[in-house]
Write a protein that binds this ligand. Structure first.
Ligand code: GDP
Ligand code: CO
Length: 415
């Protein structure tokens, strides 16, 4: 694997963020010379074995879920956190079992709504994760938080996330390879690698095509995403440089940083990228948000604590500083389209993460309101539910959970 070196590194207090570097090669040779940062296969495998790949899933097409599991390199243990209905979860378990039989991959499947979490979390600082029924709340962030506890229990040094609604297995493989390479490059206690999607796919006409032919939408989308050609008339895939929500959140976050620093910046390219990875040390020592605010909140929290907060004299919790590497993949990101309502909700949650942080001020809040007015039917910014892992003992929680759970599945074991 070979990535380019950053042209720019910007510092915000104790947080450093690189301009996006690029994948230069996915299988590099020591003999070719070339430039950039190259990792040998041996080193890559060593890091991969210490990296858990987490797959959050909520009722996705099983075809996509299966390909996600195949695409993750065999070196890394996989944690699937599912919030799917139980009949679907049973099928996810079946798929994971088969993938394990075929490849030997170590796969753990956890159900987010498993009643066992209830007894285990009740008297801990994570009890606010439970809803009125005593079950862990739905929400991507909540699922990710459970996977962080598991990663610590597994002894992993790094945790990487990949969504399970992705039509391009090759992109998932590339994301994992980028995570390993990024951690090698950063070589730092508190590190984070965030993917900048090279292009985002938007499928037009796919549904009409499915109706005409009786072929499943999933297959059509997959087919179109692979070939990207006009199939007939307007039925084709468009590769946009950016997703809509990403574009707006990115603009607002950069604006907030520009206002705070008094020097303009457009450095942040990945405010709500689900595809990102971080060192377990960082994951355990930062705060997390529930739902879809999770990714934006990671940056909003770190920048609030270590940039805005430290200017007020309160020390940043990460003595060695936090290093964030942004990497642009070669593969496009094509995932299931979930409709405008989903996008509006996601925008209100993502912008809420900034609105309710120390990055907010009069100017920023005006900008957030304008964006919500224009793109989310004038929705209110949603206040994130936040969680801290300070004072939580992940190993104890997971051991108790394993002893009680009837829904946990584990195929294969630690290599
Ligand atoms: P988008 O890609 O940002 O539009 O968001 P998605 O709806 O595709 O969600 C991202 C990933 O998180 C997908 O793999 C979903 O299946 C998964 N996901 C969404 N909500 C939840 C949840 O409540 N719990 C868990 N465990 N996963 C979720
Ligand atoms: Co998606």
């Amino acid at each position: 694997m070979r990535i380019s070196r950053p042209l720019v590194i910007e510092h915000f207090g104790d947080i450093s963020i690189t301009s996006p570097v690029k994948t230069l090669s996915m299988a590099s040779s020591v003999k070719t010379g070339g430039e950039g940062y190259r990792v040998s296969m041996d080193e890559l495998i060593g890091i991969a074995e210490k990296t858990v790949i987490v797959v959050p899933v909520k009722d996705e097409d099983l075809f996509l879920f299966r390909n996600t599991l195949y695409a993750i390199p065999e070196w890394s243990p996989v944690i699937v956190v599912s919030a799917s209905p139980h009949n679907i979860f049973e099928k996810e378990v079946e798929v994971a079992k088969l993938v394990n039989e075929q490849t030997g991959k170590h796969i753990i499947l956890v159900h987010q709504r498993d009643p066992a979490w209830s007894t285990v979390l009740t008297n801990t600082r994570l009890s606010s994760m439970l809803d009125g029924n005593g079950l862990v709340r739905y929400g991507k962030g909540e699922g990710m938080l459970l996977s962080i506890l598991f990663s610590k229990w597994l002894g992993a040094e790094y945790i990487g996330f990949v969504d399970s609604d992705n039509y391009i297995p090759g992109s998932i493989h590339e994301y994992a390879m980028i995570y390993y390479t990024g951690f090698s490059y950063l070589n730092h206690k508190y590190s984070m690698v965030r993917i900048v999607w090279s292009h985002k796919g938007k499928l037009t006409g796919a549904y009409e095509y499915g109706e005409e032919t009786g072929i499943s939408d999933a297959f059509i989308k997959y087919f179109i995403s692979l070939f990207g050609k006009t199939i007939s008339g307007d039925k084709r895939v468009v590769l946009r440089r950016k997703g809509r929500v990403s574009q707006i959140v990115e603009e607002v976050l950069n604006y907030a940083l520009s206002v705070a620093r008094g020097i303009g910046t457009d450095i942040v390219k990945t405010p709500n990228s689900g595809e990102h990875a971080l060192s377990t040390e960082l994951a355990l020592n930062m705060e997390w948000a529930g739902g879809f605010s999770v990714e934006t909140y990671e940056l909003a929290f770190l920048l609030s604590e270590c940039f805005i907060g430290s200017r007020d004299g309160s020390p940043c919790g990460f003595k060695e500083g936090v290093k964030i590497l942004q990497v642009e993949s070669l593969n496009p990101h094509i995932h299931s389209e979930k409709g405008d309502e989903h996008l509006a909700g996601m925008l209100a949650e993502s912008l809420g993460a900034i609105y309710y942080s120390k990055l907010n001020n009069q100017l920023v809040s005006k900008r957030i309101r304008e964006a919500l007015k224009m793109y989310a039917d004038n929705a209110e910014p949603i206040k994130p539910r936040t969680y801290s892992l300070k004072g939580v003992n992940p190993v104890k929680i997971i051991e108790e959970y394993i002893a009680q759970s009837k829904l946990l599945h584990q195929f294969g074991s630690r290599a």
